[in-house]
Design a protein around this ligand. Sequence first.
Ligand SMILES: NC(=O)c1ccc[n+]([C@@H]2O[C@H](COP(=O)([O-])OP(=O)(O)OC[C@H]3O[C@@H](n4cnc5c(N)ncnc54)[C@H](O)[C@@H]3O)[C@@H](O)[C@H]2O)c1
Ligand SMILES: [Zn+2]
Length: 344
Amino acid sequence: MKSKILYGGLQALGRELAKEEWRDAKYTILLDENTFQHCLPLLISQVEALQEAEFIEVPVGEECKSLEVAAQVWQTLMEGEADRNAVVVNLGGGCVCDLGGYVAAGYKRGIRYINVPTSLLSMVDAAIGGKTAINFGGVKNSIGHFYPSALTVIDPAFLDSLPQEELLNGRMEMVKTAAVTNPELFQQLLTDNRLPLTAIKEVARIKACVVKSDPYDHSIRKILNFGHTFGHAIEVYRGLPHGIAVGIGMQAAMYLSVKKTGLPEEIYNAYSRWLKKQLLSINYQLLTFNLKEIESMLPLMRQDKKNASGAIRCVLLQDLGAAVIDVEVSDNEIRDALMRLTIE
Ligand SMILES: NC(=O)c1ccc[n+]([C@@H]2O[C@H](COP(=O)([O-])OP(=O)(O)OC[C@H]3O[C@@H](n4cnc5c(N)ncnc54)[C@H](O)[C@@H]3O)[C@@H](O)[C@H]2O)c1
Ligand SMILES: [Zn+2]
């Protein structure tokens, strides 16, 4: 299935949907309470083809990524006699995009869908790359497909209403992508507190490019998991938002990179200082982990999908822009890195 990313915002989407291939499309917009309020007016004022669209509101956040909500959306589509010309338009953050992609992949053996990401994290990450998912059996993203959107449109105008903490969540994933691919962009993101639109588009482009060369996550795409082995454990254990947990996870991964793969120490130091400032700016306390807590986090890290044969494997850095995947890390090295977060 062909997937296209429109970097020209909603106007580009308007032009695209005026084309012949969308003539018979019948649009249903998926949104949540926040994007209904803050994003729908902009979308329909800019894109004529969507002015008559139906819409379905789903719960905010992870709660919408469930089989029950997916079933409700399928039910509504069927009641509206949606056929193979039906198109789902996901207007929201990563949760709405993940759910809507999953719904589209299953309905009538697959209908087209359009991602209109409205959070920073979804613009630079979740809405690109064709992974769709719901949570099931208490496990995040455990059911889903590789099923790319027909279109994804990047329009930073939506960010005006996004809360500060959500902006930081997205910025962390931007810093991650830059750390493994683009040293200049990494430095820019650490020094420039504004968020240049060019940087958002650049990170989206990098993600699209990495995904294109490894759509099914077998090799190079794994570099985008930098910071995620620690990040997932911190997210689950401390209940922190994903991006922020990954930001902290990157500090631990950089610490191990200095020890194991030769990352220059000044990069680790500069990143640690930046992270501390960012966390304080949204009133987060720095994390401390005692030994007992660290022992309970180890099994969470071992469960991580990147690990073969029970050993913990991480993405580490030789330098900015030079990532190494599948580096085996011992339990003692993990303990050391997590303790280190505590005393920084
Ligand atoms: N498919 C993938 O490749 C991929 C990659 C990364 C993350 N994800 C998934 O993405 C999800 C996280 O995405 P997220 O961080 O965008 O969370 P989210 O979808 O919950 O959005 C964050 C919050 O911001 C609100 N919001 C979104 N846009 C807004 C706007 N413009 N104005 C005001 N409020 C707005 C939402 O209602 C929500 O409360 C996770 O479920 C994660 O698993 C998927
Ligand atoms: Zn992530």
